[in-house]
Design a protein. Sequence first.
Length: 321
Amino acid sequence: MTSIFDTPPEEIQINVKQLVKDLDEKLPARKVDKNLLIGTWNIRAFGNLTRKWESNDDDSPKRDLHSILCIAEIIKRFDVIAIQEVKANIRALRDTLKLLGSNWSLILTDVSKGSSGNGERMAYLFDTRRVQLSGLACELVIPNEWTKKIGNESALDEQFVRTPYAVSFKSNDKTFILVTLHIKYGKKSKDRIKELKGIAEWLSDWASSINVYDQNLIALGDFNIDKRGDLLDDTFLSEGLYVPPQLQNKEVTRSIFNTTKYYDQIAWFNNNGKTPDLSMEFINGGNYDFVTHALSNRKISKRSLSYLISDHYPLWAEFKL
C-alpha cells in the first residue's frame, strides 16, 4: 500500500509546487511574534482515504494521497484552523497531520449521532510553535430556560444538531476562544433560523463575561447562510456579531459551485454596546481559491474536485500580535 511519505510521481510533485507558489502569492506570510492567522474550512466528507496517488473510477472514497498533499499545503498556511465535516473515520485527517509534522497537533469532538448530525466531528489543527491550548475545551448546550427567555418563533426548542465546539488558545500574550459549528442545512432555509438565533444568543451572553478578562471570542465555521442581507444573515448578526468588510467583499466566495453563497463565516463582537470589543487587532481576511491549482494536472470537473478536495473554499482572518 502506498504511503503518504513515499515519493510522489513527478507530475504530482510539479502540481504541488505550483499550488505552493500560488499560496505564497495569495495568502499572508506567518511572521513570528507579529501576526496570527486563523482559518476555517468545511472539507467535504473528510473521512476515509484511498491510499493511492491517484484514485480511479472504481475506488471509494475518491479522496487520494495527491488530494491530501494539497490539503496539507493549504492548512499549513494557518496557525490554527477549524475543520468541519470530519467524519467518524479519520484516516484522511491522520495522514494530513502526519504531513504537517510533529509540531502540529489536533483536538476534535466525538461523532454527532443521529441522521441530522451526518456522522460529523468538529476539529482544530494548530501549529504548537505558534499557538498553544490554554485550558478550555467544551461543547455548547442550550439551557432549557433559554427557550422561554428568547420567547419567539425563532426560539431553539431542541439542542444543536451538531454541537458547537469551543476551544481556548494562546499566542504570545493573547488568549482567544474559537467556537466552530456547522448549522444544519434542513429542507428549506427557514429550518436554520432557530439554530442561528440560538448560537447568536449564546455567544452574546458568553462574550459579555469573557471579553472583560481579555479573552477574545471568535465564531467561525459553516453557518449555511445563503446570501448577504437575507433573513439568515440578519438572524446571525442580530445579537451584535460583526463580520469585517474584507470578509463581506463579494469577491470572497465560499462555494466552488455558487459564488453568491455566504455559508462560511468568521465573526466576533465589535462596537455593539453590550460586549467589550475584541482586543486583537484585525488586519485582513479572505478566502483561498484552490480550484485553479489543486490537482490541475488531472483535468477533472469541479464536481470531482469537490470530493477530492472540497466544495468549500477555506476562509481566513489575520490578526496583529
